[in-house]
Design a protein around this ligand. Structure first.
Ligand SMILES: Cc1cc2nc3c(=O)[nH]c(=O)nc-3n(C[C@H](O)[C@H](O)[C@H](O)COP(=O)(O)O)c2cc1C
Length: 394
């Protein structure tokens, strides 16, 4: 029944779209939905690469059954054990009891832990190969991209890289599967947001994986989320390379918290100054309105960050505190940092922002501005100077 997309000769897309989930990982908004990608190779042996979230197993299994056309499933390759990709393994095994599950030592530890499966396993080591007919598959460990068991599978015959979550994006597939067949506009920032939210901490492992894979000739990248990449592979690799090196583009993200508008006034003054001094890419986030998911995306995207915060019970404003914790977890490196804040009787926020910048080892640009109560001309001027200093530095 299904007219499945054939990505290469007898390699089919059998993934599903999730347009219902509101928050990925119960944390990150999904305005465009998300896809869980899975791929089926029909050869002398039949091979499935990864599964999908258990909520979509019914439709997923129907697609596989349809594509197999009465044949059985010989192998399931498990590149990644996160439940959005491993969720259907138990049901798949019930339907195809003889399927051999291909993974590495760490995969199998998780397979037992999540699904109680410990038989019918084919353990592979880094670089090992599996011949399934016309297709010659090899397995390459990519630990901590972004889980320890992650590996990628390379099809040397059709030069396809099944890359697990690497090169994935948020965003369901609205009809088309291949990058060349769709309007990609929203995927680029969704890729950055996915990276910043999910993979962000693991820049070094991503760099190692990129180097390791650089020797392979790759014509198609089949990630577990988002479009299948062909023509745009260089763009996708460039984005991942930049993000994992924490290399920001020219631009400034201003994030501020404000209850009554005084700190916000400072942010406005800094933004006007940045613009006046020639900065075009300025993104402002009111931390209480913008979801942290988007703020993190912009902090990964741009090289300069200016954070403003009122003092709250002798601490940072809680929403800013929470954001700083998320940045710290991701070990974001090499940012130009400006900061400012306000108080009414005993300031604490600016001191804490200074400590944060030091901890992150970020380069402080301009003089921090601390304002008591309402904005006065001298503090307005100081904000202007901070904006100017940042504009000159980037
Ligand atoms: C719940 C609450 C707690 C506050 N705690 C402090 C404090 O510990 N020390 C202080 O100097 N000001 C404190 N303030 C005052 C604010 O920091 C100050 O008015 C600041 O300028 C508010 O910035 P905003 O107008 O951008 O919200 C507090 C204000 C509120 C509403």
């Amino acid at each position: 029944m299904y007219k499945l997309k054939e990505i290469a000769d007898k390699v089919y897309y059998v993934g599903v779209n999730d347009r219902q989930k509101v928050l990925f990982e119960n944390m990150w908004p999904l305005p465009y939905g998300v896809s869980y990608n899975s791929y089926l190779i029909i050869d002398e042996k039949t091979v499935l690469v990864d599964t999908v979230d258990v909520c979509y197993s019914d439709i997923f299994l129907k697609k596989i059954e349809d594509a197999l056309g009465g044949r059985t499933l010989d192998y399931l390759i498990v590149n990644h054990m996160e439940p959005d990709h491993s969720g259907s393994i138990r049901l798949l095994r019930q339907l195809y009891p003889n399927v051999q599950i291909v993974g590495n030592k760490r995969t199998f530890d998780m397979l037992e832990g999540f699904h109680g499966i410990n038989t019918g396993l084919l353990e592979v080591k880094d670089g090992e190969t599996l011949n399934v007919g016309r297709h010659q598959l090899s397995f390459h460990l990519a630990p901590m991209v972004h889980w320890p068991e992650v590996m990628v599978t390379y099809d040397a015959t059709d030069k396809i890289l099944f890359s697990a979550d690497a090169f994935g994006t948020y965003g369901a597939l609205d009809g088309a599967v291949l990058d060349v067949d769709m309007n990609l506009d929203h995927y680029w920032d969704e890729m950055r947001r996915y990276y910043a939210n999910i993979v962000g901490k693991y820049g070094n492992p991503v760099q190692k994986a990129l180097q390791k894979l650089s020797g392979l000739e790759i014509k198609t990248i089949c990630s577990t989320h988002g479009p299948v990449w062909t023509k745009y592979i260089p763009d996708v690799i460039k984005i991942y390379d930049q993000l994992s090196r924490y290399e920001g583009q020219d631009g400034v993200v201003i994030v501020y918290g404000s209850m009554y508008g005084n700190t916000e006034q400072m942010a406005e003054a800094i933004a006007s100054s940045l613009a006046e001094h020639g900065v075009k890419n300025i993104v402002m986030h009111n931390v209480s309105k913008s979801h942290a998911s988007y703020i993190l995306k912009d902090i990964f995207k741009y090289k300069a960050v200016i954070i403003g915060c009122p003092t709250y019970s002798n601490q940072l404003y809680p929403e800013i505190d929470s954001l700083l914790q998320k940045i710290e977890v991701r070990e974001v490196k090499n940012r130009l940092f400006g900061y400012f804040g306000s108080f009414s009787w005993a300031g604490a926020a600016v001191k804490r922002l200074a400590a944060f910048g030091e901890k992150m080892n970020w380069e402080v640009v301009g003089a921090p501005v601390e304002q008591k109560q309402g904005l006065k001309p001298d503090k307005y001027e100081a904000c202007w100077e901070l904006g100017k200093a940042m504009a000159e530095r980037i």
